[in-house]
Write a protein that binds this ligand. Structure first.
Ligand code: GTP
Ligand code: MG
Length: 194
């Protein structure tokens, strides 16, 4: 992968809009505004490839990207944003569920949590879905540039405790700002797409 050929494919709200390709897909899941789109941009070395929100809840569709014809990123709508009507929330959950439970291209999921805070009940539900479906996954604690060195160990423990993660589960801290953890995320992607 030389990342010379990265392109936006399409946005979808239902399976009939999903791209018809045979690429393995890596989905990015996480709360609204956690940094899903920023993680994609950092990985492909672009500033404005995946759309970054100024307001939480911006990504309300599944957005598909082709990465060098090797795999496809799927930026999922962020969950857990409080200031939207319940019917919109239900709609998001249904969209995410439909994709995760039925998409045969799905090869793995990167679950992104905010490293500064305790994961939410929504994060736990998402993590439990991944286990239930036995999907390959990587948990990423993002925005680590905002943590002091002394917070690294306790905050990691907070994430592991809330999600009830087994110690052998792959985890990495990440910063879309500084590029921390980029190699770890790429290693996970390469492992499941090769
Ligand atoms: P939705 O599409 O609304 O679900 O949001 P998202 O998860 O795609 O988040 P997005 O990438 O749009 O980032 C949200 C905000 O967090 C933006 O202001 C980013 O600049 C900021 N942000 C994302 N990642 C990092 C990071 O690693 N460090 C810092 N300091 N800020 C970050
Ligand atoms: Mg986004």
């Amino acid at each position: 992968m030389n990342l010379n050929n990265v392109e936006y494919l399409c946005s979808a709200t239902s399976p009939s809009d999903y791209p018809r390709h045979s690429l393995p897909e890596i989905a990015l899941a996480g709360r609204s505004n956690v940094g899903k789109s920023s993680l994609i941009n950092q990985l492909v070395n672009r500033n404005k490839f995946a759309h970054i929100s100024s307001k939480p809840g911006k990504t309300q569709t599944l957005n598909f990207y082709n990465i060098d014809d090797v795999f496809s990123f799927v930026d999922l709508p962020g969950y857990g944003f409080a200031r939207v009507p319940d019917e919109v929330k239900d709609n998001w959950a249904a969209m995410i569920e439909e994709y995760l439970f039925h998409r045969s291209n799905l090869a793995g999921v990167i679950l992104i949590v905010d490293s500064r805070h305790k994961p939410t009940d929504d994060d736990l539900m998402m993590y439990e879905w991944l286990l239930e479906m036995q999907l390959s996954h990587l948990v990423v604690g993002t925005k680590v540039d905002k943590l002091s060195n002394s917070q690294l160990k306790p905050n990691r423990e907070q994430i592991f405790n809330k999600l009830r993660i087994e110690s052998q589960t792959p985890f990495t801290y990440f910063s879309a700002k500084k590029g921390t953890g980029k190699n770890e995320v790429w290693n996970f992607i390469k492992e499941i797409t090769s």
